[in-house]
Design a binder for this molecule. Structure first.
Ligand code: GLC
Length: 728
């Protein structure tokens, strides 16, 4: 907060009555297509600090006018909206954007989304969602940036910078919001809103890292999580919200509750009633209450009882006013859409397509069946319930994007192939959940009569996102049976999956020749997928999350601990290989499942391309470095394939012995490179010993001397490794 802003805030605070201060702490829901009189009255009385879900710019301007011109102190509004992966132009879902491993792409998408939202008067988005999760059953994994703290931190900061720009008061910049603080992604059973029990050491070493990165990057606000964290709801968790966020991290931005999460503390059984909930939320430092009215109803009374102080309220209101000054709202609260480029313009759509291209992950390409070749393909059978579903391909959390603007795979293929290649489209199923086989015969006939077969399947948009967890994460409905039916035509099958999470595809992968994972790719998913299938682009995405073989393996993730009995090919046996009557101790006594082994279907960081990348010759600049020094790690990468392509080179480290057990691998760097066929490039990563630190038993962040292993490769399965040590 600049001095002049601080002075302005102090001056304004000094003029405010308690009811006006409580008004600033209240966020009400809008969006009914008109401005209800009760809301206008509340604004005139200075009882509203923010409105969410109003995106009619005329109504927003009228709301601002009433607040500025008709209320006593003329304080403008924060206008909040979930601009999660696009506004009108929809980008891939955040999990798909994470698969780009490209901060610049993620930043650009956020900047475009901010511009389109700001044109409607939105000045605050409730994004990025930077919850770490290792549970694909959880519907909100779709909104996340994956399982890894380092990747999530890098991309979450990119999103913050994209939304907020260099200056919050600039036209097109909007305030970002790091959410959901904290531990929400560890919801028990993958059931949304469920309990999160995370030991503090794990919380600090894993779940809090992206939030600290966002705070250090200047994110304008935080949002409290719905869940109870270790028995205390995040929204009333003073250790989390005050001790850690305010005192230890010195964060002074706005904290907003999640939707009614303050009054839900009574449902949790943490408070007896709304008054108690308001008391706990104020005591934790939740500056603004979303949607519910416990602050408006009880803060004055709590003060009268001496339970909360005016100083606490002033501190919270000051943070809200500071954000409004930083956004320039006191200088100009109004929005002129004429100051913005049109939404869905060519450059926005191009950016959305490029993001979709980079987000797709090639998981299988048997006999290099892909890319398909236009010149020797006269016809393509396009089959599957998601091949022409403009709404489903947008994915979850799309409030302002419209299906009518989507370009589907069917349309993208037709556009790319023109009259040269015939597209025989047969959905086979009317939806992903469909159980009728009525469309199977036509789909099989299309496959029989075509040179190539492309199937587009997966999940409906609704099957992921908030409150949409699944216990069985197979392909829904009878999509797998449709694959079986089409496979009988004897043609190679290219399968494209659209989904909001990793699906369990162990059987499916065996039945197809190529598998391209497109997540929910957004408005331009169709042209992006068409370009990838026909080699106009090469797939370069890498998995931001581990794919289990079966849901019983969950949680399964790459940065696991070694345990005292790590599984290996030698110690891991399959149930079918065990002789009948085998005695109890006859197995390799290590950590695996008899019916699944210990490896995922696809590991974190994995992704194929049309190039063929070989990693050779890893070296380090030093064998040993002192605390506080840096070390360079080099490796050569060769594109031994026939196609030019991009590769995301990844750096992993292991701390072999430490004050608390450390993961067998941790991502510490990544970089996208482009290599022509035959080209060789030397990559160098520089690591500072601080980057090898962790929170120890005493919860101090330390880097300890000792032995480290380091890998460079194209996935967390990297095998090219070296070692170095850190000495005192
Ligand atoms: C929802 C979500 C949160 C969102 C908010 C406003 O329940 O949990 O992520 O920003 O309410 O829509």
């Amino acid at each position: 907060m600049g001095d002049s802003t601080a002075a302005k805030v102090a001056d304004l605070l000094s003029q405010m009555g308690l009811d006006e201060k409580i008004g600033q702490m209240s966020q009400l829901n809008g969006g009914g297509g008109h401005l209800p009189e009760y809301l206008a009255e509340a604004m005139r009385a200075g009882q509203v600090g923010s409105v969410l879900n109003e995106v009619d710019v005329e109504i927003v301007n009228e709301m601002q006018r009433i607040c500025v011109q008709e209320s006593r102190l003329g304080i403008p509004l924060l206008i909040g909206r979930d601009v999660i992966h696009g506004f009108k132009t929809i980008f891939p879902i955040p999990l798909g954007q994470a698969a780009t491993w490209d901060p610049e792409t993620v930043k650009q998408g956020a900047a475009i989304s901010a511009m389109e939202a700001a044109a409607k008067g939105v000045n605050w988005t409730f994004a990025p969602m930077i919850d770490i999760t290792r549970d694909p059953r959880w519907g909100r994994i779709a909104e996340s940036l994956g399982e890894d703290p380092y990747l999530c931190s890098q991309l979450g900061v990119a999103m913050v910078n994209g939304f907020q720009g260099d200056d919050l008061s600039e036209t097109g910049s909007i305030a970002a919001c790091a959410k959901h603080f904290a531990g929400y992604g560890a919801a028990e059973g993958g059931r949304d809103y469920n309990t999160a029990n995370i030991p503090e050491n794990e919380l600090r070493n894993v779940h809090l890292r992206p939030f600290k990165a966002a705070a250090d990057a200047g994110v304008a606000s935080f949002m409290s999580a719905f869940c109870d964290l270790n028995g205390v709801p995040a929204t009333g968790n003073r250790w989390l919200m005050d001790q850690l966020l305010r005192k230890e991290w010195q964060y002074d931005g706005v904290v907003v509750s999640d939707w009614e999460s303050i009054v839900e503390m009574t449902v949790h059984g943490f408070t007896a009633d709304d008054e108690g909930a308001a008391y706990e939320a104020v005591s934790a430092g939740i500056d603004m209450e979303m949607a519910s009215s416990s602050y408006r109803d009880h803060v004055e009374n709590l003060m009268a009882q001496g339970k909360i102080s005016l100083q606490q309220i002033d501190t919270m209101v000051a943070r809200i006013l500071t954000l409004k000054f930083d956004l320039g709202l006191f200088d100009n609260p109004y929005t002129d859409p004429g100051h913005f480029s049109a939404p869905l313009n060519r450059s926005h759509l191009t950016a959305a397509k490029e993001a979709a291209v980079k987000s797709c992950v090639l998981l299988k390409n048997e006999q290099r069946i892909l890319p398909l070749n236009k010149s020797d393909t006269n016809s393509v059978a396009l089959i599957g319930p998601l091949a022409d579903q403009p709404y489903e391909q947008l994915g979850t959390w799309v409030f302002d994007g419209k299906a009518k603007h989507s370009v589907t795979v069917l349309e993208g293929l037709k556009e790319l192939l023109g009259s040269e290649v015939t597209v025989n489209f047969e959905p086979g199923l009317v939806s992903a959940r469909e159980t009728s086989r009525d469309g199977f015969a036509a789909a099989v006939t299309a496959a029989e009569e075509s040179d190539a077969v492309v199937m587009v399947m997966g999940e409906e948009s609704f099957m992921s996102g908030e409150a949409h967890s699944r216990a069985n994460i197979d392909l829904p409905g009878i999509q797998e049976q449709l694959i079986d039916a089409v496979a009988a035509a004897g043609k190679p099958i290219v399968l494209v999956i659209m989904a909001g999470r990793p699906l369990t595809l162990e059987r499916v992968v065996e039945k197809v020749d190529a598998l391209l994972y497109a997540w929910h790719p957004g408005t331009m998913g169709g042209p992006a997928i068409a370009d990838l299938l026909f080699g106009v682009e090469s797939p370069s995405g890498k998995l931001p999350v581990t794919f289990p073989r079966m849901v019983g393996q969950v949680p399964i993730y790459y940065s696991h601990k070694n345990t005292g009995r790590p599984a290996s090919e030698e110690t891991c046996v399959r149930m079918e290989d065990v002789p009948l009557g085998a005695p109890q101790t006859s197995l390799g006594m290590s950590s695996f499942h008899l019916d699944a082994g210990f490896k995922p279907l696809f590991p974190f960081g994995f992704g194929l391309s049309y190039g063929r990348f070989q990693y050779v010759k890893i070296t380090t600049s030093h064998h040993s470095i002192a605390l506080g020094e840096t070390i360079d790690i080099f490796a050569d990468i060769i594109n031994a394939g026939a196609h030019p392509a991009e590769e995301v080179v990844q750096l992993y480290v292991r701390d072999l012995v430490a004050n608390v057990t450390r993961p067998v691998k941790e991502l510490k760097g990544f970089r996208r490179i482009f290599l022509k066929p035959g080209e060789r490039q030397r990559i160098c990563f520089t690591l500072h010993t601080d980057e090898l630190g962790f929170f120890n038993r005493e919860m101090n962040y330390v880097t300890e001397p000792g032995q480290f292993h380091v890998w460079i490769g194209g996935s967390s399965d990297a095998s090219l490794w070296a070692e170095f040590e850190i000495h005192e």
